[in-house]
Design a binder for this molecule. Structure first.
Ligand SMILES: [Zn+2]
Length: 337
């Protein structure tokens, strides 16, 4: 999944809090409505600064719930439409409800109207917080917001309705699941350090799917930590750690959990740059260079000699062949230097 740019993330914090404050045992009606609204924004059928509760929303919402086999009364979109305007347990409302004069309505969950018609009599439109509304004009920002909703649904993998909602809406989800089962299958056989990869241009979408499936297997095995510095930074379902290939993809390294480490972005970057590697005892080895005006590895050197943290299950541990490949590149580089 493409990560939202930093400014989107900061503006979305309150909003993500609200998603996470949702009672996870409840039906996923609010995320479903958000997905419908994002789709209608894509079609240019809605204005993000003025989301009018019209029949298209009802129609698309019912259609999505039906596809996801989520039981709700037809036309039930009024409930999440209203509840998105109320404060959840400790989160801010997702949007503000306005009356026909444009005045903001202060409502609580107890005020929920009894029908779509009753809602329309009370609510003329909903508005996103201004900063978010401004972003929602841009397709790539909408995609990022949609990604947040998907990630939130992914976080409820035991919740059958959330999974079905993902399957019904996220056109990548089935591919992600397929990637995950392919990686699992590959990771159970003998370790193959070089795989044939077709020499065709792969779309960004496929790259994104592969990354997402790979990350969903690798990073949780390390408890969402960096294997070097043990940093764990989570913001709800957003996780800082990434799945780093040990033998890089462009050297035909396999999508195998034994060819991966969960690393924070800093240590991923430094690993790809061969500024550190791992010895046969799984200990961190930092580049043997002297610091000077243009070289400063002091922050990295504090980890020199430490053992990488181990994944659970142990069978996900990096394969010695993969680590030796990385070490050979590292040694070649510093022998030449
Ligand atoms: Zn790290």
């Amino acid at each position: 999944m493409e990560r939202p740019p930093r400014y989107v993330r900061s503006a979305l914090h309150a909003w993500i809090d609200a998603l996470h404050a949702e009672d996870r045992s409840r039906a996923a009606l609010k995320p479903a409505l958000l997905l419908v609204v994002l789709d209608l924004l894509d079609e240019g059928a809605l204005d993000p600064s003025r989301v009018v509760p019209d029949d298209r929303i009802v129609h698309d919402f019912d259609k999505l719930l039906k596809a996801a086999k989520i039981t709700a009364n037809p036309g039930a979109a009024w409930q999440p439409f209203f509840h998105l305007g109320t404060r959840s347990r400790n989160g801010a409302p997702f949007w503000t409800l306005h009356d026909a004069k444009g005045a903001a309505l202060t409502v609580t969950a107890a005020d929920v109207p009894r029908s779509w018609k009753a809602l329309r009599a009370q609510v003329a439109y909903a508005s996103f917080p201004p900063e978010l509304a401004a972003m929602l004009h841009a397709p790539e920002d909408r995609e990022a917001v949609r990604g947040l909703v998907y990630e939130w649904l992914e976080e409820r993998p035991t919740d059958a309705e959330s999974v079905r909602l993902l399957e019904a809406h996220d056109r990548d989800w089935l591919l992600v699941k397929r990637t995950m089962s392919q990686v699992r299958e590959r990771s159970e056989g003998p370790f193959v350090s070089q795989v044939e990869r077709p020499v065709v241009a792969v779309s960004d979408r496929i790259l994104r799917v592969r990354d997402r499936g790979f990350r969903l297997l690798v990073v949780p095995a390390y408890e969402h930590r960096c294997a070097v510095c043990t940093l764990r930074l989570r913001w709800g379902s957003k996780v800082e750690a990434e799945a780093a290939h040990i033998i890089p993809v462009d050297e035909n390294g396999p999508d195998d959990v034994r060819n991966a480490l969960s690393l924070c972005r800093t240590h991923h970057w430094a690993f790809d740059a061969h500024l550190w590697t791992v010895d046969a005892q799984r200990r961190i080895v930092v580049a043997p260079v002297s610091d000077g005006p243009e070289v400063d590895l002091v922050a990295l050197r504090t980890f020199h000699g430490n053992e990488l943290i181990a994944p659970a299950p142990r069978t996900y541990a990096p394969d010695p062949v993969a680590l030796a490949h990385h070490r050979a590149r590292f040694e070649a580089r510093f022998r030449a230097a």
